[in-house]
Design a protein around this ligand. Structure first.
Ligand SMILES: [Fe+2]
Length: 248
């Protein structure tokens, strides 16, 4: 069953994909534009990077054990974030190759322009605070894992004249990029801090401005992770399967 129809985007050849990725910040490659190994196609954009698991690929699919956590391998929704905000720099591009999309009609990848939010929407007092303060980005490699990776950076920076945005609703609100159920349960202690207010404003803006994309089977979406914030809607089909790539 194809799920290509009824959504408001084009699937692209590599040549038309590149300018759209540059201008809009995201684009989708159609099946015949993707090499047998999608990594070969992505290496035309940049160097593939090892992910939290130490590998160049990560399976975004349901795995038992994370049902209470907002984690990629659960079927839960994921709040607004940029990928790997604790890395310096974070991966420039993120790609999801879709082996099999959820058949329940849910599980959309959600995208919005985080730089626009920070520069034009965030309350001025919070932007002044964030312009002046470094954030400690703490990430367990998966929920409940002890090996935290941390890096201090501002939410919004410039590198080589281009914006680099770091945002994590989970970190700003729960204290960890991959929070455990306990971190989520204890979130009240953080709720009035500037970071938590930035998280709530960002998440509310994201909810009203996101583009939902159900990546069609056999297609691959790529987006600029220095500019866009992403999230995921919850879903109910454990056979949903995508492969994630990070590109420098
Ligand atoms: Fe993500």
């Amino acid at each position: 069953m194809s799920n290509i129809a009824e959504q408001n985007f084009e699937i692209r050849s590599f040549e038309t994909f590149l300018p759209e990725l540059e201008e809009r910040g995201w684009s989708i490659l159609r099946p015949d534009a993707i090499a047998n190994d999608p990594a070969d196609t992505l290496s035309r954009l940049g160097k593939l990077l090892p992910q939290y698991n130490g590998q160049l690929t990560f399976d975004v699919t349901y795995k038992a054990g994370f049902d209470d956590a907002p984690y990629s391998q659960s079927m839960n929704g994921l709040g607004a974030h940029t990928e790997a905000p604790g890395y310096q720099p974070p991966p420039k591009y993120l790609a999801l190759y879709c082996h099999r999309q959820a058949r329940c009609g849910k599980g959309q990848t959600l995208l919005a322009d985080g730089v626009r939010f920070y520069d034009h929407v965030l309350d001025a007092d919070l932007r002044i605070w964030a312009d002046e303060n470094q954030i400690q980005f703490v990430a367990a490699s998966k929920p409940g894992e002890g090996d935290h990776k941390t890096f201090s950076a501002k939410i919004r920076e410039e590198q080589n004249g281009q914006a680099v945005m770091r945002f994590s609703y989970n970190l700003f609100r729960y204290g960890n990029v991959n929070p455990s159920a306990t971190d989520v349960a204890n979130a009240d202690r953080l709720k009035d801090a500037p970071l938590a207010r930035i998280a709530e404003q960002g998440e509310a803006w994201f909810a009203n401005n996101l583009t939902p994309v159900l990546i069609p089977d056999g297609c691959m979406m790529v987006w600029n992770n220095h500019r866009l914030i992403h999230g995921r809607g919850d879903y109910a089909d454990s056979a949903r399967h995508l492969t994630r790539y990070w590109i420098a």
